[in-house]
Design a protein around this ligand. Sequence first.
Ligand code: FE2
Length: 213
Amino acid sequence: MPVYTLPELPYDYSALAPVISPEIIELHHDKHHAAYVKGANDTLEQLAEARDKESWGAVNGLEKNLAFHLSGHILHSIYWQNMTGDGGGEPLAADGVGELADAIAESFGSFAGFKAQLSKAAATTQGSGWGVLAYEPLSGRLIVEQVYDHQGNVGQGATPILVFDAWEHAFYLQYRNQKVDFIEAMWAVVNWQDVARRYAAAKSRTDVLLLAP
Ligand SMILES: [Fe+2]
Protein backbone atom coordinates (compact mmCIF):
# COMPACT_ATOMS: atom_id res chain seq x y z
CA MET A 1 0.00 0.00 0.00
CA PRO A 2 1.50 3.34 -1.01
CA VAL A 3 1.66 5.90 1.81
CA TYR A 4 1.01 8.85 -0.50
CA THR A 5 -1.49 9.09 -3.34
CA LEU A 6 -2.05 11.64 -6.11
CA PRO A 7 -5.10 13.78 -5.26
CA GLU A 8 -7.69 14.38 -7.98
CA LEU A 9 -7.79 17.86 -9.46
CA PRO A 10 -10.74 19.85 -8.06
CA TYR A 11 -11.60 21.01 -11.64
CA ASP A 12 -11.05 19.90 -15.22
CA TYR A 13 -7.90 20.63 -17.19
CA SER A 14 -9.38 23.71 -18.89
CA ALA A 15 -10.76 25.36 -15.73
CA LEU A 16 -7.89 27.84 -15.31
CA ALA A 17 -7.57 28.90 -18.95
CA PRO A 18 -6.49 31.33 -20.27
CA VAL A 19 -4.21 31.92 -17.26
CA ILE A 20 -2.92 28.33 -17.38
CA SER A 21 -3.51 26.19 -20.47
CA PRO A 22 -5.15 22.74 -20.24
CA GLU A 23 -1.98 21.15 -21.62
CA ILE A 24 0.11 22.55 -18.76
CA ILE A 25 -2.40 21.50 -16.10
CA GLU A 26 -2.59 17.95 -17.47
CA LEU A 27 1.18 17.47 -17.70
CA HIS A 28 1.83 19.25 -14.42
CA HIS A 29 -0.67 17.20 -12.42
CA ASP A 30 -0.61 13.83 -14.19
CA LYS A 31 3.15 13.63 -14.80
CA HIS A 32 5.10 16.01 -12.55
CA HIS A 33 3.00 15.81 -9.39
CA ALA A 34 2.55 12.06 -9.90
CA ALA A 35 6.34 11.67 -10.06
CA TYR A 36 6.76 13.34 -6.66
CA VAL A 37 4.14 11.03 -5.14
CA LYS A 38 5.94 7.99 -6.57
CA GLY A 39 9.30 9.38 -5.48
CA ALA A 40 8.14 9.85 -1.88
CA ASN A 41 6.71 6.31 -1.73
CA ASP A 42 9.78 4.77 -3.36
CA THR A 43 12.10 6.58 -0.97
CA LEU A 44 10.17 5.37 2.08
CA GLU A 45 10.51 1.82 0.75
CA GLN A 46 14.24 2.27 0.21
CA LEU A 47 14.63 3.58 3.75
CA ALA A 48 12.73 0.58 5.11
CA GLU A 49 15.07 -1.69 3.13
CA ALA A 50 18.10 0.16 4.55
CA ARG A 51 16.80 -0.43 8.09
CA ASP A 52 16.15 -4.11 7.38
CA LYS A 53 19.64 -4.62 6.00
CA GLU A 54 21.29 -2.18 8.40
CA SER A 55 22.85 -0.74 5.27
CA TRP A 56 23.27 3.00 5.78
CA GLY A 57 25.60 3.94 2.93
CA ALA A 58 22.85 5.73 0.99
CA VAL A 59 21.04 7.37 3.91
CA ASN A 60 22.26 10.87 3.10
CA GLY A 61 20.86 10.78 -0.44
CA LEU A 62 17.67 9.05 0.64
CA GLU A 63 16.89 11.72 3.25
CA LYS A 64 17.44 14.41 0.59
CA ASN A 65 15.15 12.54 -1.80
CA LEU A 66 12.47 12.21 0.87
CA ALA A 67 12.54 15.96 1.60
CA PHE A 68 12.39 16.77 -2.14
CA HIS A 69 9.60 14.41 -3.18
CA LEU A 70 7.47 14.76 -0.06
CA SER A 71 7.68 18.57 -0.17
CA GLY A 72 6.87 18.47 -3.89
CA HIS A 73 3.79 16.37 -3.18
CA ILE A 74 2.61 18.63 -0.36
CA LEU A 75 3.15 21.92 -2.22
CA HIS A 76 1.42 20.69 -5.38
CA SER A 77 -1.52 19.35 -3.34
CA ILE A 78 -1.97 22.87 -1.91
CA TYR A 79 -1.33 24.53 -5.30
CA TRP A 80 -4.30 22.88 -7.08
CA GLN A 81 -6.67 23.86 -4.25
CA ASN A 82 -5.31 27.41 -4.15
CA MET A 83 -6.60 28.11 -7.67
CA THR A 84 -10.05 28.50 -9.24
CA GLY A 85 -11.39 29.83 -12.51
CA ASP A 86 -13.61 32.16 -10.44
CA GLY A 87 -10.74 33.58 -8.39
CA GLY A 88 -8.61 36.67 -8.32
CA GLY A 89 -8.94 40.14 -6.88
CA GLU A 90 -8.05 40.48 -3.24
CA PRO A 91 -9.52 39.03 -0.04
CA LEU A 92 -12.40 41.17 1.25
CA ALA A 93 -14.49 41.05 4.42
CA ALA A 94 -17.58 41.20 2.20
CA ASP A 95 -16.61 37.81 0.75
CA GLY A 96 -16.27 36.23 4.20
CA VAL A 97 -12.47 36.29 4.21
CA GLY A 98 -11.97 39.39 6.37
CA GLU A 99 -9.77 37.60 8.91
CA LEU A 100 -7.28 36.72 6.19
CA ALA A 101 -7.43 40.25 4.78
CA ASP A 102 -6.70 41.69 8.24
CA ALA A 103 -3.81 39.26 8.81
CA ILE A 104 -2.24 40.23 5.48
CA ALA A 105 -2.59 43.94 6.30
CA GLU A 106 -1.10 43.44 9.78
CA SER A 107 1.78 41.27 8.61
CA PHE A 108 2.76 43.16 5.45
CA GLY A 109 1.38 46.69 5.93
CA SER A 110 -1.00 46.42 2.97
CA PHE A 111 -2.30 43.97 0.38
CA ALA A 112 -0.26 45.79 -2.27
CA GLY A 113 2.93 45.33 -0.25
CA PHE A 114 2.20 41.63 0.26
CA LYS A 115 1.38 41.10 -3.41
CA ALA A 116 4.59 42.80 -4.51
CA GLN A 117 6.71 40.76 -2.07
CA LEU A 118 5.22 37.39 -3.03
CA SER A 119 5.40 38.26 -6.75
CA LYS A 120 9.07 39.23 -6.46
CA ALA A 121 9.94 36.22 -4.32
CA ALA A 122 8.35 33.87 -6.88
CA ALA A 123 9.70 35.62 -9.96
CA THR A 124 13.30 35.87 -8.73
CA THR A 125 13.75 32.21 -7.78
CA GLN A 126 17.06 31.06 -9.19
CA GLY A 127 16.56 27.74 -10.93
CA SER A 128 13.52 25.91 -9.58
CA GLY A 129 11.41 27.07 -6.67
CA TRP A 130 8.24 28.53 -5.25
CA GLY A 131 6.90 31.73 -3.74
CA VAL A 132 4.98 30.82 -0.58
CA LEU A 133 2.71 32.65 1.85
CA ALA A 134 2.98 30.84 5.18
CA TYR A 135 1.57 31.13 8.69
CA GLU A 136 4.41 31.30 11.22
CA PRO A 137 3.08 30.10 14.61
CA LEU A 138 5.75 31.50 16.96
CA SER A 139 4.97 35.09 15.98
CA GLY A 140 1.41 34.50 14.78
CA ARG A 141 2.32 36.37 11.60
CA LEU A 142 2.14 35.59 7.94
CA ILE A 143 5.47 35.49 6.13
CA VAL A 144 6.62 35.08 2.53
CA GLU A 145 9.17 32.38 1.80
CA GLN A 146 11.23 31.92 -1.36
CA VAL A 147 11.56 28.14 -1.53
CA TYR A 148 14.41 26.45 -3.42
CA ASP A 149 13.31 23.32 -5.30
CA HIS A 150 10.45 22.20 -3.01
CA GLN A 151 12.18 22.04 0.34
CA GLY A 152 14.98 24.57 0.75
CA ASN A 153 15.14 27.98 2.36
CA VAL A 154 12.11 27.55 4.59
CA GLY A 155 11.61 28.44 8.24
CA GLN A 156 10.84 25.32 10.24
CA GLY A 157 7.29 25.08 11.50
CA ALA A 158 5.60 27.56 9.16
CA THR A 159 2.51 26.30 7.32
CA PRO A 160 2.12 27.15 3.61
CA ILE A 161 -1.33 28.56 2.81
CA LEU A 162 -0.80 30.09 -0.69
CA VAL A 163 1.82 28.73 -3.07
CA PHE A 164 2.99 29.96 -6.48
CA ASP A 165 4.84 27.31 -8.47
CA ALA A 166 7.76 29.04 -10.20
CA TRP A 167 9.31 25.93 -11.77
CA GLU A 168 9.58 26.12 -15.56
CA HIS A 169 7.21 23.14 -15.90
CA ALA A 170 4.47 25.37 -14.43
CA PHE A 171 4.54 27.90 -17.28
CA TYR A 172 7.13 27.37 -20.03
CA LEU A 173 4.82 25.75 -22.64
CA GLN A 174 2.62 28.83 -22.55
CA TYR A 175 4.71 31.75 -21.27
CA ARG A 176 8.11 30.62 -22.61
CA ASN A 177 10.77 32.58 -20.68
CA GLN A 178 8.35 35.24 -19.36
CA LYS A 179 8.19 34.08 -15.75
CA VAL A 180 7.25 37.56 -14.52
CA ASP A 181 4.17 37.58 -16.79
CA PHE A 182 3.12 34.15 -15.52
CA ILE A 183 3.41 35.18 -11.88
CA GLU A 184 1.40 38.34 -12.54
CA ALA A 185 -1.30 36.31 -14.32
CA MET A 186 -1.47 33.85 -11.41
CA TRP A 187 -3.15 36.47 -9.19
CA ALA A 188 -6.27 36.21 -11.40
CA VAL A 189 -6.90 32.59 -10.35
CA VAL A 190 -6.16 32.73 -6.61
CA ASN A 191 -8.93 31.07 -4.61
CA TRP A 192 -9.11 33.35 -1.57
CA GLN A 193 -11.75 31.16 0.08
CA ASP A 194 -9.27 28.30 0.09
CA VAL A 195 -6.42 30.48 1.38
CA ALA A 196 -8.68 31.81 4.17
CA ARG A 197 -9.70 28.26 5.10
CA ARG A 198 -6.04 27.26 5.35
CA TYR A 199 -5.20 30.38 7.39
CA ALA A 200 -7.97 29.65 9.92
CA ALA A 201 -6.90 25.99 10.23
CA ALA A 202 -3.20 26.87 10.66
CA LYS A 203 -3.99 29.53 13.25
CA SER A 204 -6.35 27.42 15.33
CA ARG A 205 -4.32 24.26 15.67
CA THR A 206 -2.26 23.66 18.79
CA ASP A 207 1.18 23.86 17.29
CA VAL A 208 3.93 21.75 18.77
CA LEU A 209 6.22 24.78 18.59
CA LEU A 210 4.06 26.58 21.11
CA LEU A 211 3.76 23.76 23.66
CA ALA A 212 4.96 24.82 27.10
CA PRO A 213 7.40 22.49 28.90
FE1 FE2 B 1 5.19 22.09 -10.18
